[in-house]
Design a protein around this ligand. Structure first.
Ligand code: HSE
Length: 359
């Protein structure tokens, strides 16, 4: 099997080294890597000058997309799937925006579209969910889905500044090219959209869900939260109640004993409440070169094993709501924190976090 890699940044370079380290008996060979001209020197014979040299090439069976972004990645994935190649991507932006199209194209062309690494880094949360939806009913999906913000909150809790912690997260390859997507919750929104689409058959678009991030978190906020015996985490939640999908992407206050409170640094935790199977929690590194690349190699293994390709549930279009009216919130205004029932509608606060109830 011959594979091509689109993008030779943090993730692409991880994929190449893991593919090259596969035992010869797997019969997998990385033959081309596309990136900008300045990577030619380091890639040598593997360098492909254009993405079409991979997406349209007769000698490529599987395309790894690790470029990120939407427009060009979308174009490449469509070309690759349409010309009979399986595609493996870590790109949550493109998956969340074109979910329906990619899976339909893969089905039409008898190939795989796999995106394990788009949510939860190295955690097999999509593989687990796609299996679980076939045999069970998922009632609630929630978790810590962003390594960068979890890393920042952990380090700030240890006395680092927001800026210093973000800088380290960027250096370690956790953050997005534009880190505001991490900080403001857009990255988490993309990921919870993908999980909701798989779990419930929705096709969420970004404008249906608000996202609120951790930009307003200060040392004083973290100290005050700790003095209340709570932990602050950036959490996504999605639950289908009748014909309403409630989704939230926001900081939450958790009891110290809450399952999610245990995830520190770049670790993520993904939890599925299932009708028959009860609560299923998955934990691991949610960001970084090798956890992400390793999830993409796990997708490659599915192809090599000839596993059944995932076909999404038929689309449903529930009304989309949130937990605002029914929840208590920790709200900071003029430097003072108060607890309110419901989120103040006037937006007159510098920071808020939803108080998550222990089940
Ligand atoms: N920027 C993302 C994060 C990378 O920090 O979780 C992994 O999706």
């Amino acid at each position: 099997m011959k594979v091509g890699i689109l993008g030779y940044g943090t993730i692409g370079s991880g994929i190449l080294s893991l593919v090259q380290a596969l035992p010869q008996s797997y019969g997998v060979k990385a033959v081309k890597v596309f990136d900008l001209p300045h990577k030619k020197e380091v890639l040598g014979d593997l360098f492909a000058a254009s993405a079409d040299d991979i997406c349209l090439a007769d000698d490529i069976d599987v395309v790894f997309e690790a470029m990120g972004g939407d427009k060009f990645a979308h174009e490449c994935i469509v070309k690759a799937l349409s010309s009979g190649k399986s595609v493996i991507t870590s790109n949550k932006e493109v998956v969340s925006k074109h979910f329906e199209e990619f899976f339909a194209l893969a089905q039409q062309n008898g190939v795989y579209f796999l995106c394990e690494a788009s949510v939860g880094g190295g955690i097999p949360c999509i593989r687990t969910l796609t299996h679980q939806v076939e045999l069970d009913t998922i009632t609630n999906v929630y978790g810590i889905l962003n390594g960068t913000t979890n890393f920042i909150l952990t380090r700030m809790g240890e006395g680092q500044t927001f800026e210093a912690a973000l800088k380290t997260a960027q250096k370690l390859g956790f953050a997005e090219a534009d880190a505001t997507a991490d900080i403001e919750g857009l990255d988490v929104l993309r990921k919870i959209s993908i999980l909701s689409n798989i779990a419930y058959g929705t096709r969420l678009s970004y404008d249906q869900v608000k996202h609120y991030g951790i930009a307003g978190v200060t040392e004083a906020v973290l100290k005050d939260v700790a003095s209340r015996g709570k932990v602050l985490k950036m959490v996504a939640q999605s639950t289908l109640v009748g014909d309403c999908l409630k989704v939230s992407v926001e900081p939450v206050l958790l009891d110290k004993t809450h399952l999610l409170a245990a995830a520190a640094d770049e670790y993520n935790m993904v939890v599925y409440d299932c009708k028959s199977n009860g609560t299923l929690a998955l934990y691991g590194k949610g960001a970084g070169r090798y956890p992400t690349a390793s999830a993409m190699i796990a997708d490659l293994m599915d192809i090599l094993d000839g596993n059944k390709a995932f076909v999404p549930k038929a689309p449903i279009a529930p009304t989309v709501g949130n937990f605002d009216a029914e929840s208590d919130f920790y709200v900071v205004k003029d430097g003072n924190a108060t607890i309110t029932h419901g989120l103040p509608q006037d937006g007159d606060y510098t920071f808020y976090a939803r108080i998550m109830k222990e089940d």
